[in-house]
Ligand binder design. Sequence first.
Ligand SMILES: [Zn+2]
Length: 367
Amino acid sequence: MLRTLKEEVDIRAEAVQLVIDGKPVAVLSDQESVDQLLETYQQRYVGGLSRTPQADRSVRSGRSGQPKVKEVGFVQSVTSRPVTVDPDDVMQPHQVAEIIEAGAVAERKHTVQEGDSLWSIASRYDTTVKELLALNPNITENTLLQPGQQIVVKAKEPLLSVRVVEEVTETKSVPYKTEYVDEPKMYKGEQKVIRQGKNGTVRVTYEVTKVNGRVEAKRAVAEQVVEEPVNQVIAKGTKVVAARGTGQFRWPAIGGYVSSRYGQRGGRMHTGIDIARPASYNIVAADNGRVVFAGWDGAYGYSIIIDHNNGYRTRYAHLRSIKVRVGQVVERGQVIGVMGSTGRSTGTHLHFEVIKNGRTINPLSVL
Ligand SMILES: [Zn+2]
């Protein structure tokens, strides 16, 4: 009855049709409803970070992490045109929003991630492995998926995708550099930090493009130095020492006295002199030379032998610790270890030997 009446009267309404990528989607009562629908649809991806004066202020004050929305738009082309329709065909904005959101099933490409399998992909897109294989004739159930590989999937996509361009600032650390300066007072091979390095900070502004909330692109557009890094400065020794002795031996300790002489001692040969009660426990090289032994040597305990490359060698025994290594060239007077009581020893002292052409001699004859 009603239908007949309508046909007879032929009621037609002026309305506006929403067109997405050239395809009519729905009819709304007027342009204002269309605009309102589109605005509301966009706002869901802009969230609370809309272009309010407050949000803008926080960006201007330079705080990090507060995105500033620069641009909001649709990926698809969205148009509208006036139409004359049956009033029953005119829809409410919320109904149209549902249609847009429900979208359509469309083919798209899935990029394989580490750990993906046909089964996990099928489950993610709410489909079956069989259907995936039908969409991808180049793969079989036995194909090993490679990360980065693209697979055709059918996925529900909303009719409209919202593209939001945001500006985000992030504070990043800038690692310090290390510079070296030559130090002639230090031996070659020695290093010392003379200025501690400190990382700097820089504020980087990125333009982030999101589609339906997913980040599609991120690029740096500005960089502001907050704090310059402080370079680390390391002094590098350049002093080169001749490995050949001068022939002039010096006292191998800092002070102290001879507590036991070279020669026969209780029926045994004492092959060096003992030096005890020094002013400082540092032991120094008696002359220039090259370290040929540095380590543990039975009754000598921790000990060092220096070859002076002139027929003489010197031995420093019962050390508490050793500060040189085999092969190292040492200078007359350079600290090589610390006096101790390791090995066969009854108290803290240095056992010092001078060896001339392979035989020990009385050190006091050359000191
Ligand atoms: Zn001794």
